[in-house]
Design a protein around this ligand. Structure first.
Ligand code: GLN
Length: 385
């Protein structure tokens, strides 16, 4: 009688749990992927102005028109993709709500959803909440290669959707044009939705960001999910969105309405200001993250971890088997308590927990001084372990 069965088969977020443990032990938090540096000043000013201007009530449920217009313009400008802001965009409380609302809007109980693993932990619970069944295709180590034969075999009569997260959390893979084309062909052949997670679209060190909805025949079977959290360093503002064909947008908007009514109105007003930033902003963001990546990767290599450099996003999924025989959860806790650096146990990104047993994930969306402090502490791992 404690709680509904649907809550029994998933745990609370390990990523957020590690942040709480980090705080308890005053460890440097490289666990949860949120920046510890400020967001752009013009957006902060716009948010304050919106609040002082009495934008205090609900925005339109599916997003203020200013933000939806800014989103549509951005897709035209960056990706040559025509988006109807009135009929095809839903602004949500973060990409997290967008993903959950899309699952609830498009999937029936018993439908299968293909997830490439390792995967961002939300997709599993999202599927369970919708009564859908996640099926998993591994990205193969060491370079997180997508084995297209294995992917092909994962499609069944019940497959309704595939989640495509690029740049990919936690591996840092940026999927290539050839991989996107192969995925698109399979989805057309099997009449399957692609639900994307493109939240790291502007944080890239190699390759191009490919938008599945721009592929031939894919616009009508793709739900594009992204948001402002990572691009504008404002994970606490909770602004995300889903772009979908009109009929599916209608379903997504209904679910979204009854889940949250809407995202915060004054922050939507300020979000529109950010969406109009010129390309310099985005170039600078990527270059800046490139040097943060170097600081963390050098520290991890010196400390004895092995990994493939991320091509995008701001995580390193690193193998520690050269340092310790502990399992990932023990090792992450030990590092947090004894070394003073928090990471996320690799198993939290796998349904088969044994696959993540020798890995932990570090986030480098942190101030240089934070990364330097972490590097100094990581340098002590080999001697203390
Ligand atoms: N996406 C970020 C991560 O993977 C933050 C997760 C969260 O707490 N929502 O760490």
């Amino acid at each position: 009688m404690l709680a509904a069965r649907r809550t029994h088969s998933f745990t609370e977020s390990v990523i957020r749990e590690m942040t709480r443990i980090a705080n308890q032990h005053e460890a440097v938090d490289l666990a949860q992927g949120f920046p510890d540096f400020p967001m752009p000043e013009p957006m902060k000013e716009a948010a304050c102005a919106a609040i002082h201007g009495n934008i205090n009530q609900y925005a339109v449920t599916w997003g203020s028109s200013a933000l939806r217009i800014a989103i549509a313009e951005k897709y035209r400008r960056w990706y040559g993709m025509e988006v109807d802001h009135d009929r095809e965009v839903t602004v949500t409380c973060g990409a997290t709500e967008a993903m959950a609302a899309v699952f609830l809007a498009l999937l029936d109980p018993g439908d299968e959803v293909i997830v490439l693993e390792p995967y961002y932990e939300n997709y599993g619970p999202d599927a369970i909440l919708a009564g859908a069944i996640p099926t998993f295709v591994p990205l193969e180590r060491p370079h997180w290669t997508l084995d297209l034969d294995r992917l092909k075999k994962a499609f069944t009569k019940r497959t309704k959707a595939i989640i495509l997260n690029t740049p990919h959390n936690p591996t840092g893979r940026v999927f290539t044009r050839a991989e996107m084309t192969a995925i698109a062909e399979l989805c057309v052949r099997h009449d399957v939705w692609v639900i994307t997670d493109e939240i790291y679209e502007h944080i890239r060190y190699a390759g191009e960001h490919h938008v599945m909805a721009t592929w031939p025949e894919m616009r009508r079977r793709t739900i594009t999910i992204s948001g402002l959290s990572k691009t504008f360093s404002c994970t606490g503002w909770r602004l995300g969105y889903a772009i979908a064909p009109e009929a599916q947008t209608a379903a997504i908007r209904k679910v979204h309405d009854f889940l949250t009514v809407g995202a915060p109105a004054p922050l939507q007003a300020a979000g529109a200001v950010g969406m109009h930033f010129d390309p310099d902003y985005y170039n600078h963001l990527a270059l800046d993250y490139r040097s943060r990546r170097t600081v963390l990767c050098d520290a991890l290599t010196d400390a004895g971890f092995t990994f493939t450099q991320p091509e995008g996003a701001y995580y390193v999924l690193a193998d520690f088997s050269g340092l310790s025989d502990m399992d990932d959860t023990k090792f992450a806790r030990w590092m947090c308590e004894e070394v003073g650096v928090a990471s996320v146990p690799g198993s939290s990104f796998y349904h088969d927990k044994s696959l993540g047993r020798t890995m932990v994930r570090f986030a480098f969306c942190k101030k240089y001084e934070t990364l330097k402090r972490a590097a100094d502490r990581l340098a002590t791992v080999r001697a203390t372990v």
